[in-house]
Design a protein around this ligand. Structure first.
Ligand code: KIV
Ligand code: ZN
Length: 384
């Protein structure tokens, strides 16, 4: 693998599908899995096979439906989970088992009710057992974000020694600050023997709105895989949003980091996931929200009409959006009004525009958005 190529591990069908109301049946999952393959993701986390017979069936079906991406199945560091994951992946061309255990004091003491030494033993045992089914084993240290770095390095060392190929450092509760998370990745790189043979992975939740920033901090400090979901869906406030991290790396080419994602398919993939899961995308969502390329204030519209990049850092075509939108509201100016009239085939003079603008404001004060049909009414009234 190119050292600056960031692997995209999509967990829409696992962490994303865990969200209340987002459950999908196998057929819907297959449609999404095929779209993720077209999009160019490197890994599809297809599900958690022990969780239900339906999820087991879906994971198995996805292994047959895609050929390029690695297909990954989740398990806890528990024998029956790992065995079930191995079984679900038996026909996969490129199988991966994702196994792991909580490592923070809170998880060890209150959730698992055990000792740090026992966690290390269970981590080792889980990776070894997973290795008996597949070569590619990813280990996750759940709640690594709140885990003391020295202890985390001991657990990760055990996973590396047991043969893990990928090391996932989840900020499960979305607690870390970007510099802290980046430093955690750097600390592991510097303090775990043999870690250079493995891929370090980020898995950040968005409880404080920092999932994207933390994932980027992770890759800037040596992680080479980002775990993310379409539209950032996932437990509670969600996971890192795939479209955001991909476009950050594209827009900041000086970072020297890139992915295999065909960004022109981002919008259609976003719509597919949103419609299948019945999960509306907030209009102001970066990259794929309805307003991500819409301009409504007079100052911005004037700039964009003169030259798009005055207020847009991404060419909408790059992410599959047809074009930027000039939305007419009571905050719009004459330039936007003339632009929209021109698009409707009406070239108005400056004097006509002045008159039309006063009428436009009257309508705009009564409506959220002035539409083409309102503009036609304004023009007809003027002509009459
Ligand atoms: O957030 C998390 O820690 C997870 C693990 C199961 C990888 O989703
Ligand atoms: Zn998660």
């Amino acid at each position: 693998m190119d050292t600056n190529r960031i692997q995209i591990f999509d967990t829409t069908l696992r962490d994303g599908e865990q969200v209340p109301g987002c459950k999908l049946d196998t057929d819907q999952k297959l449609v999404i899995a095929r779209q993720l393959e077209l999009l160019g993701v490197d890994v599809i986390e297809a599900g958690f096979p022990i969780s239900s017979p339906g999820d087991f069936k879906s994971v198995m079906a996805i292994t047959r439906a895609v050929s390029e991406p690695v297909v990954c199945a989740l398990s806890r560091a528990v024998k029956k989970d790992i065995e079930r994951a191995g079984e679900a992946l038996q026909y996969a061309k490129r199988p991966r088992i994702h196994t792991g255990i909580g490592t923070s004091e809170s998880h060890i003491r209150y959730k698992l009710r055990t000792t740090p030494e026992d966690i290390i033993e269970r981590a080792k045992g889980a990776v070894r057992l997973a290795k008996s089914f597949v070569e590619d084993v990813e280990f996750y240290a759940e709640d690594a974000g709140r885990t003391d770095n020295e202890f985390l390095a001991r657990v990760i060392q055990a996973a590396v020694d047991a043969g893990a190929t990928v090391l996932n450092i989840p900020d499960t509760t979305g607690y870390c600050l970007p510099d802290e998370y980046g430093a955690k990745i750097a600390y592991l790189r510097d303090n775990v023997r043999g870690i250079e043979k493995c891929t370090l992975s980020t898995h950040c939740h968005n409880d404080l709105g920092l999932a994207t920033a933390n994932s980027i901090a992770g890759v800037r400090n040596g992680a080479r895989q980002i775990e993310c979901t379409i539209n950032g869906i996932g437990e509670r406030a969600g996971n890192t949003s795939l479209e955001e991290v991909v476009m950050i790396m594209r827009q900041h080419a000086h970072l020297g980091l890139d992915t295999n994602i065909n960004s022109k398919l981002l919008l259609e993939t976003s719509h597919l996931v949103s419609e299948s899961m019945g999960m509306v995308v907030q209009p102001n969502k970066a990259i794929v929200g309805d307003n991500a390329f819409a301009h409504s204030s007079g100052i911005h519209q004037d700039g964009v009409i003169k030259r798009r990049d005055t207020y847009e850092i991404i060419d909408p075509a790059e992410v599959g959006v047809d074009e930027s939108r000039i939305v007419l509201t009571a905050r719009s100016g004459r330039a936007a009004l003339a632009y929209r009239f021109k698009n409707l085939g009406h070239n108005v003079t400056k004097v006509q525009l002045d008159d039309l603008y006063q009428e436009f404001l009257r309508v705009a004060d009564q409506k959220k958005e002035v539409e083409d049909k309102d503009l036609e009414t304004l023009i007809s009234a003027m002509v009459a």
